[in-house]
Design a protein around this ligand. Structure first.
Ligand code: PLP
Length: 392
């Protein structure tokens, strides 16, 4: 019989090498809890990198998947499908009336890739303005918008005509966006770049410049969407409407799916301009429908606002010299440290049973399932207090 240790070894031997793996094997999850092969429970403040917003294995998502798996797994977009039709309508019903169309993909980078292609094709322009510290994915188009050199350098040359302005610097946007700009592509809260919320003035400037110059404003809410920041979509905090909204991570309740939602300001798309074999498949659509239903029924965006505000206040009150700044929006929280975060994440996991993320080398990032309980949040706070006050 193969032991789990042997399996971990096997995986390490055969895996591509692009992932740093933590020495733990998870085999089950429920709500905000993960369980390893020995049955040890962990509180999950990673949620699969901001995916399990409705909690791990939410019964409604599991039931929808089971029912759909028995009904129809495969139905490419050349045919109509009941689940896809319903999902597209239900997604658009969450958005301002100007949003009228949906392109379904399988991941965040694919949602961004679609948005970039549609912006280029419908404006007839090619320049894209993104932000320093921005993260938009790893396929070559999305990677051209991603800022971090470690992700980019080995793959040069990337797509030309991508400019990066300092995040939250409106003057730099004014200086860069012009009649040649196809799109401005921004996160509302930068996730991988360190949990940095946009300033209202910065997003308002981006909106105004796009409207003035006939460029499209693409908001990448792959991480901030689906209730994460305390509203269904983070742009709702700002009163700034994008022309294209990119979603993925939390959209499918744990199942891979991405979406580019298009407002009527995006021009007509010709048949054949884009497509995907798996995009819009019934299984992912059924999971996303169930996940949206749970987010609404359980009012998880409001819960994220409430719980996030509580957690943020607890962390801001910590008297720990290692903390440089605590920031965030809803249940998307970053603790910027004066030291490297990796050893602290390891201590949190091994000694306190709390799974958290990094965002860069010095930011500890918390993206718990929005269903995390008050008792679990208390435990997380106690663990963070212990680890952060001992550090440095
Ligand atoms: C994770 C992420 C992506 C990429 O999503 P993948 O599903 O990993 O391709 C793009 N944009 C943002 C803001 C993200 O957080």
């Amino acid at each position: 019989m193969t032991t789990l240790e042997q399996l971990a070894e096997l995986e390490a031997r055969h895996s591509s090498g692009v992932y740093a793996k933590r020495p733990v094997t998870f085999i089950r999850g429920a709500g905000a809890q993960l369980y390893d092969e020995q049955g040890r429970a962990y509180i999950d403040c990673a949620a699969g990198i901001g995916v399990a917003n409705v909690g791990h294995c939410h019964p409604a998502v599991v039931a929808a998947l089971q029912a759909q798996a028995a009904a129809l797994l495969v139905c490419p977009e050349m045919f109509h499908n009941d689940q896809r039709a319903a999902l597209q309508a239900e997604l658009l019903a969450l958005l301002p009336a100007s949003f009228t169309r949906v392109f379904l993909a399988n991941s965040g980078t694919e949602a961004v890739e679609a948005a970039l292609k549609f912006a280029r094709a419908t404006t007839g322009r090619s320049a894209v303005v993104a932000a320093m510290r921005g993260f938009h994915g790893r396929t070559l188009g999305a990677l051209s918008a991603t800022w971090e050199q470690h992700y980019r350098a080995p793959f040069a040359p990337l797509v030309p005509e991508f400019a990066h302005v300092p995040f939250n610097n409106s003057a730099a946007l004014v200086a860069t966006v012009g009649p040649q700009t196809a799109a401005v592509l921004l996160e509302v809260v930068q996730g991988e770049g360190g949990v940095r919320p946009a300033d209202a003035a910065f997003l308002a400037t981006a909106r105004r410049l796009c409207s003035e110059h006939g460029a499209l404003l693409i908001l990448d809410e792959v991480q901030t969407g689906m209730g994460r920041t305390g509203r269904m979509f983070a742009f709702e905090h700002y009163g700034v409407e994008p022309d294209i909204l990119c979603l993925a991570k939390g959209l499918g309740g744990g199942v891979p799916i991405g979406a580019a939602l298009l407002s009527e300001r995006v021009g007509a798309l010709a048949v054949g301009w884009h497509g995907s074999t798996f995009g819009g498949n019934p299984l992912a659509c059924a999971a996303a429908r169930a996940s949206i239903q749970v987010l609404c029924d359980e009012q998880l965006a409001a819960a994220a606002a409430r719980k996030g505000a509580w957690l943020l206040a607890q962390l801001q009150q910590l008297d720990a010299p290692v903390i440089r700044e605590v920031r965030g929006l809803g249940l998307m929280i970053g603790v910027e440290l004066r030291t490297k975060v990796a050893p602290l994440l390891r201590t949190l996991q091994e000694e306190h049973g709390v799974i958290a993320l990094n965002a860069g080398k010095t930011v500890l990032r918390l993206l718990p399932p929005l269903v995390i309980s008050a008792a679990e949040l208390q435990q997380v706070t106690a663990a963070l207090r212990a680890v952060l006050t001992e550090a440095l």
